[in-house]
Structures are given as structure tokens and as C-alpha cells.
Design a protein around this ligand. Structure first.
Ligand code: ARG
Length: 475
């Protein structure tokens, strides 16, 4: 009838030939992955164009066919980008959707592209391409956070702060030293992603379903075209290996753990009890009932999101455990954890960079409490050691002095000459010369120590390292 819609074309399936019936609704619902793997479309198209060229080199496509196929892939890429081509409900996965699109553009010629490859080597390739790109994106955002921390450290090269162990006052440190400790961890995360990239730079294409191909296609040529260092040495490993995904999730989870430590510290520092820092309004939230509240939600979300990053890694490892070679459909479960890791980091990192960059430290309070809790006691004990007392005895003597100060509610330097002498003859009046925060800081000039001179050197090295990371990420 003229006013009824024509029947929709039958769904494209990549494996329909030997089946008499279509898939059950429940199977289709279970196995569909296009709702999350569609983001791989640009990479799948890239790999398809590279594959077309090796088919051509192998004499399996004529010049004209290659030109038409590449043109059609180009058109399809543009249509995807502009949203004119979208996956349909009936498309099983990104490969199915793109084959449908290619057949629409190039007609039956599109079917020639299937020669010599399988979705098994295709999906492994797509995911590696996606992740290698996004590892760089994550590293760029990470470098911005490191920059923000380094900027604060530079502003606070002269700010003393309490150094804590067990969350108790321990020894004074430079605030810059503390901030740079976080940068050290983040910088290892960045170099971990870079190391990961070396192992991820292996192309699975050419493995076919699992055993390689009888066609004269050159896996090394596709690998080079796609920016990989080499083609896989073992086709069975190529289609079953997901180490690259698990290792990426580990790097992301550890970065998440590092972000959670920084988040936790900002939460503590901004509390009334610590009073170390003021969060900028742009990076704080209010309460719907308590008008006075200013909450550190960015830091809390950074802390909280470590949970899903660790969960993604744990889930993926559990999926991979015990899988027989080679491809099994379980492997389709590899994508959501890595996508979620990327998405999570790409929202957390910029927010943390903004938060950190706009923190205002209460330097007077930090300085005034830097030596609180008798935090110069170690300096005094080490002075006695330099004068020849065994550390064990020095520790004991200074311990007595600390108790004396606690009982009399005073600081180490406030004890009179007579009282010092009563506690121990080793405590001569001149021991007070080491009881200053500046002196204690300057004295810790060993490698890695908190002395201003060491911290300035550390800062300069980290600046270079972060510049290098950023250059790698954008190169
Ligand atoms: N969507 C599939 C995945 O993500 C693609 C590979 C399918 N291969 C297969 N033999 N069914 O793993």
C-alpha cells in the first residue's frame, strides 16, 4: 500500500551464512556491544583503510577498487563524525555497524574488505589504537595537574609546614617538599603509561581469527601504517592477549590511588581542625541547608573514584583469568572497564588541576605549627649524636625533656638552663641553637631531604620531567 513504510532492510550480520533462523531476542540483547564499542569507530575505520592497502599490495584489490574503497571509508568516517551515520539497534557491534555503512557507500565491493581479517584481530587492534591515543590524552591532563602542584611548590619554597607520620606531628618540612612528593608519584604514573605504550605498540592485524592468513597480506605493513612498532609474533597470542588492557587499568588504578591520597589531604587541610588551606569558591560546593558550608567535593570525588578504577582492574583480571586460548566472547568484557577508566581520569584530572592551582595556603598557620608537638626533638637528639653521645642515649635524654615539657606545658626551647641541666648534663644551654624550624629545615640537606636547596633542585628536575611527559603526550 502506498501509505505504509517500506520494510526496513534485513540487519547486516557478519556470520549469517550457516544459520537458518535469526538470533533470539535474548541472545541479541546479551551479545550487543555497539552501545559502548561505537567509540572505537574512528579506529576501526583507520584499520580498515590500512587493511585495504595491504589487500591491494597483495593483488587482491585493483587500483580502482582500492580508490573506491578508501573513498567510501572516508565518506563513512565523515558521516560518523557529523552524526549522519549512527549505529542501528540491529547492529551487533562497531564492526557490524561500519560494515553496514560501508556496504551502503560502496555496494558489494565493501565485502572485499573482510578478506584476511576477522573481528578477533580487528577488535584487539581497535582497542590498542584507542588506548594508545587516550594514554597520551590522560598523560597530558596529568601533566597539567603536576604543573599546578609544581606551581604551588614554587610559591612555597619558603613555607615551613608540619610533616606528619601517623597523622601526628613528626618533623617540620617545607610545604614545597610535601607538594612535590605528590608530583613524584604522579610522575611515576606518567612514566608508567609511557612504558606501557612500548608494550602496547604491537599490531594484532593479520592474525585473522587466530592462525594468520593464507593470503599474501603483510602484517608489518599494516602495523607500520597504524603507528605500531611491529606486528604480533604469534597470531594466537595476538587475538587472545589483553595484557595491554589490564596493564592500562592497573596504571589507571594506581593513578587513581595517588589522586585519592591527594584528595584526602586536601579534605583534611581544608578542615577547620587543620586550617592549612582555603579552597577557591570555583572548586568548592555549598550545602542546601547549612548556609555557612563550603565543601571539598572535588577532592572527595577524586578520592571516591579510585574505587571504580580499582574495581575495573579487578573485574577485568577476573574476566581474563582461566580463559582458554584463543578468542572467547568473554573478551568483549574488556572494553567497559578501560573506557570507564579513561572517562573517569579525564574528568577527575582537570578538576584536581584547577583545585590545586587555586588553593590558598595559610602560610602563617603552617609556619606557626611546623614545630608543634615537640617536632624538633629529633634535631636535638642528632645534635647530641654529633657531640659523641650514642643515639640510644640521646633518644632517652630528649625523651625525658619532652615529658618535662608536656608536664610543664612548654616548648623544648623554653626550658631554663638549670632545668635543662637537671634533666641531663648533656643538655647544655647551647643545645637551643638547633631548636629553630629554619635551622631544622636547612640541616636536612641530604639527597631527597627537605632543605630548601635540595627542594629547589628537586623542583627543577621535576619541571623538566613533566615537560618531557607533556611533549611525549602531544607528540
Ligand atoms: N564485539 C566483539 C568483541 O568485542 C568483537 C569480536 C567478535 N568476535 C567473535 N568471534 N564473535 O570482542
Amino acid at each position: 500500500m502506498a501509505d505504509t513504510e517500506p520494510d526496513p532492510p534485513p540487519p547486516v550480520r557478519l556470520w549469517g551464512g550457516r544459520f537458518e533462523s535469526g538470533p533470539a531476542e535474548a541472545l541479541a540483547r546479551l551479545s550487543v556491544s555497539v552501545q559502548f564499542d561505537w567509540r572505537l569507530a574512528p579506529y576501526d575505520l583507520l584499520a580498515s583503510a590500512a587493511h585495504a592497502r595491504v589487500l591491494h599490495t597483495a593483488g587482491l584489490l585493483s587500483d580502482a577498487e582500492l580508490a573506491r574503497l578508501c573513498g567510501a571509508l572516508d565518506q563513512l568516517g565523515r558521516a560518523c563524525q557529523e552524526g549522519r551515520f549512527r549505529p542501528a539497534a540491529s547492529d551487533e557491534d562497531v564492526h557490524t555497524a561500519l560494515e553496514r555503512g560501508l556496504l551502503e557507500q560502496a555496494g558489494s565491493l565493501g565485502g572485499k574488505l573482510r578478506a584476511g581479517r576477522s573481528r578477533n584481530d580487528q577488535i584487539a587492534t581497535d582497542l590498542r589504537l584507542y588506548l594508545r591515543d587516550h594514554a597520551r590524552l590522560v598523560t597530558s591532563r596529568l601533566a597539567e595537574l603536576e604543573d599546578a602542584l609544581i606551581g604551588q611548590a614554587e610559591r612555597h619554597l619558603g613555607t615551613a609546614a608540619p610533616g606528619l607520620t601517623h597523622l601526628q606531628h613528626a618533623q617540620p618540612v617545607l610545604l614545597a617538599h610535601h607538594l612535590l612528593a605528590h608530583v613524584q608519584a604522579f610522575s611515576r604514573d606518567a612514566s608508567r603509561l609511557r612504558d606501557w605504550d612500548k608494550r602496547a605498540a604491537v599490531s594484532p592485524l593479520g592474525a585473522g581469527a587466530l592462525a594468520g592468513s593464507s593470503l599474501a597480506i603483510d602484517p608489518e605493513a599494516v602495523a607500520a601504517e597504524l603507528g605500531f612498532e611491529s606486528a604480533a609474533e604469534n597470531s594466537m597470542d595476538a587475538v587472545s592477549d589483553r595484557d595491554f588492557a589490564a596493564e592500562f587499568c592497573f596504571a589507571a588504578a594506581l593513578l587513581g590511588v595517588h589522586l585519592s591520597r591527594l584528595g584526602e589531604e586536601v579534605v583534611l587541610w581544608s578542615s577547620h581542625e587543620f586550617g592549612w588551606v582555603e579552597i577557591d569558591d570555583a572548586y568548592a560546593t555549598g550545602s542546601s541547608i547549612m548556609p555557612q558550608k563550603k565543601n571539598p567535593d572535588v577532592a572527595e570525588l577524586a578520592r571516591g573514584k579510585a574505587g571504580r578504577l580499582i574495581g575495573g582492574l579487578t573485574g577485568l583480571l577476573t574476566t581474563l583469568k582461566g580463559l582458554p586460548l584463543t578468542y572467547n566472547r568473554d573478551l568483549q568484557e574488556d572494553k567497559e572497564p578501560v573506557f570507564d577508566a579513561v572517562d573517569t581520569l579525564l574528568v577527575v584530572l582537570p578538576a584536581m588541576a584547577g583545585l590545586v592551582g587555586s588553593l590558598r595556603f595559610h602560610t602563617a598557620r603552617l609556619g606557626a605549627t611546623a614545630a608543634a608537638g615537640h617536632a624538633l626533638a629529633t634535631d636535638l637528639a642528632e645534635l647530641l649524636v654529633r657531640r659523641g653521645t650514642p643515639f640510644r642515649d640521646a633518644h632517652e635524654v630528649v625523651g625525658h625533656l619532652v615529658v618535662w615539657c608536656q608536664v610543664h606545658d612548654c616548648e623544648l626551647g623554653e626550658v631554663s638552663d638549670d632545668d635543662l641541666a637537671k634533666i641531663s648534663p648533656l643538655l647544655t644551654p647551647d643545645v637551643r641553637e638547633v631548636l629553630t624550624v629554619d635551622g631544622a629545615l636547612a640541616a636536612r640537606a641530604s639527597r631527597g631531604g627537605t632543605a630548601p636547596i635540595r627542594v629547589a633542585e628537586q623542583l627543577a628536575r621535576l619541571r623538566l620531567a613533566v615537560e618531557e611527559q607533556a611533549a611525549w603526550a602531544s607528540g
